[in-house]
Design a protein around this ligand. Structure first.
Ligand SMILES: [Zn+2]
Length: 339
């Protein structure tokens, strides 16, 4: 696991604040790290845990060579615990048994460090029984113990949990920060810049855009866009799209997010062609098609489409039926083009 603050990209203000709490020995016993997926909340929680457990922290960070730091680096620390959701029937959930198991483990005295740290990942997946059980431990922790909850959806957590925790909200990363992370992972600078521009602040989204499934979604988005440009978007296509992209489930939500990003890229490329600015197209392999389509939609229509894409990308944060969302999106696009 990560133990260092400096392996985290961006979030300078959050990190400075958390380091100060560590340095001043003011760390609250329950913290809640929130923000969208793929921005480094987990890395920050791990660095925080390492600092709290370290035998001789330096400037609010873990030293890296004490027995505690070494144990964390080899994933063998007896006072460090993580609770992660189990996936059952395609749904991720933290059950009361997972919380009870953790409670049993942390009931012992610390072995290697002066305190114990528990990270609860994807805390929004706790069902009510699990959350209520955790609440009891948070309220009366018993001994030196810290809880760091991580969530991508604060609204899905019980108010009673939120009110017991110190909140640390992490914003999405800048395209420059995402691009830097991607380049570190071996992606070319040009590709990294493109991916970062459409990743909505998340390294995870950028990586998804880059994988093989991403390529097939790109094709689907391009086909949808061609249908729009050719005025071939009919209700059959709307329903088909709803079935293809809109089935419920977390994985499908991610896919849908990617699909919207690809659609945004296609629209942005059209706008580039319009402006004649010579900026490189995202869909370079499809540049012939992009050029061909360029005269079929007005700049006004393209901008209105892009606005709709952005609006629906935002709606993905809420728990709405993805299928209904896709259908309503496609119908709005259809109306927009018929105006
Ligand atoms: Zn240390």
């Amino acid at each position: 696991m990560n133990i260092y603050w400096n392996s985290i990209t961006g979030h300078k203000v959050n990190i400075a604040r958390l380091k100060t709490l560590c340095r001043e020995d003011m760390v609250p016993h329950s913290m809640l790290f929130s923000g969208i997926d793929g921005i480094g909340k987990r890395l920050a929680a791990q660095a925080m845990a390492a600092t709290l457990l370290c035998h001789s922290p330096v400037e609010g960070g873990a030293c890296g060579h004490c027995p505690s730091c070494r144990a964390l680096l080899s994933d063998t620390h007896p006072d460090f615990f993580t609770v992660v959701p189990q996936v059952k029937k395609g749904t991720a959930c933290i059950f009361i048994d997972d919380i009870r198991e953790m409670q049993g483990k942390v009931a012992r005295v610390p072995i290697l460090s002066a305190s114990r740290v528990v990270i609860i990942d994807d805390a929004q997946t706790m069902n009510d029984a699990a959350a209520n059980s955790l609440l009891k431990t948070i309220e009366e922790p018993g001994g030196q113990i810290y809880f760091i909850l991580i969530t991508n959806s604060i609204m899905a957590l019980l108010d009673t949990i939120i009110s017991r925790c110190m909140r640390e909200d992490f914003a999405g990363l800048s395209p420059e920060d995402i691009s830097a992370v991607l380049v570190d992972q071996g992606i070319s600078r040009q590709q990294a810049n493109y991916l970062a521009a459409f990743a909505d602040g998340s390294v995870r989204h950028a990586m998804l855009l880059n994988d093989e499934e991403g390529l097939s979604l790109q094709k689907t988005a391009m086909e949808f866009f061609s249908a729009c440009a050719g005025r071939n978007l009919d209700m059959d296509m709307v329903w088909r799209l709803g079935t293809e992209l809109g089935e419920m489930g977390k994985a499908d939500r991610d896919k849908l997010r990617q699909w919207f990003s690809f659609l945004a890229m296609a629209i942005r490329d059209e706008l580039v062609v319009y402006s004649g600015s010579g900026v490189t197209l995202y869909n370079q392999q499809d540049s012939f098609r992009i050029n061909e389509l360029a005269s079929q939609l007005t700049e006004h229509q393209l901008i209105a489409m892009l606005r709709l894409v952005r609006e629906y990308q935002g709606r993905l944060r809420y728990r709405v039926s993805t299928r209904l969302m896709v259908e309503s999106f496609a119908i709005k696009i259809k109306d927009l083009l018929e105006d």
